[in-house]
Design a protein around this ligand. Structure first.
Ligand SMILES: Cc1cc2nc3c(=O)[nH]c(=O)nc-3n(C[C@H](O)[C@H](O)[C@H](O)COP(=O)(O)O)c2cc1C
Length: 167
């Protein structure tokens, strides 16, 4: 079963988090997961994916303009309706809008008919209510490591659910 993680990233933080999600996804047997920059999406792989996770940095507490444009113009060609969807974000500040970014991505995904999944609080720690968010505190990537587990566990939970539904 294929899964895709699509991200926008200028300085590498969101790309790194996408890669952690994929490493969590591939803990589930039978999953083939790949990351794609929003500027280089493998459309055939995404079309063949049972689930797609979308990630963006917070730009003034919203997703980036490039991600929004892709969701409006690129995503509709890929027949995402009915697939499992998820979202994640990276921020500079704790209160930098991460949940708003995740929520706005999920709103897009629901609008195009995706079945959205966060993993939720039901599994306990880490309780990921909407989607994972990493805070870099503007001190380079070292700090991102603190969030690695959350992203890997999110990826694992997402892949397990996709397997239950579509495997
Ligand atoms: C134009 C611009 C606007 C930003 N706005 C916010 C913001 O509102 N809140 C925040 O916490 N970080 C903000 N940031 C910081 C980025 O969201 C953060 O550093 C992110 O991890 C960068 O991701 P990337 O390395 O994948 O590009 C902004 C950065 C840029 C360049």
């Amino acid at each position: 079963m294929k899964l895709s993680v699509i991200y926008d990233s200028k300085t590498g933080n969101t790309k790194q988090c996408a890669e952690w999600i994929v490493s969590g996804m591939t803990r589930i047997e039978g999953v083939e997961a790949k990351t794609f920059s929003v500027h280089g999406v493998d459309e055939e792989f995404v079309k063949g994916s049972a689930g797609v996770v979308i990630g963006s940095p917070s730009y003034y507490a919203l997703m980036t303009a490039d991600m929004r444009t892709w969701l409006l113009e690129g995503a509709p060609k890929l027949k995402l309706g009915g697939k499992l969807g998820g979202a994640f974000a990276t921020v500079q500040y704790t209160h930098g809008g991460g949940d708003l970014v995740v929520q706005s991505i999920l709103t897009n995904l629901i609008t195009i008919g995706m079945l959205c999944y966060s993993g939720g609080g039901a599994f306990g720690d880490p309780c990921i209510h909407l989607g994972p968010v990493a805070v870099n505190h503007n001190i380079e990537k070292a700090c991102l490591e603190d969030f690695r587990d959350n992203f890997e566990i999110f990826g694992e939970r997402f892949a397990r659910k996709a397997m239950e539904l579509f495997g």
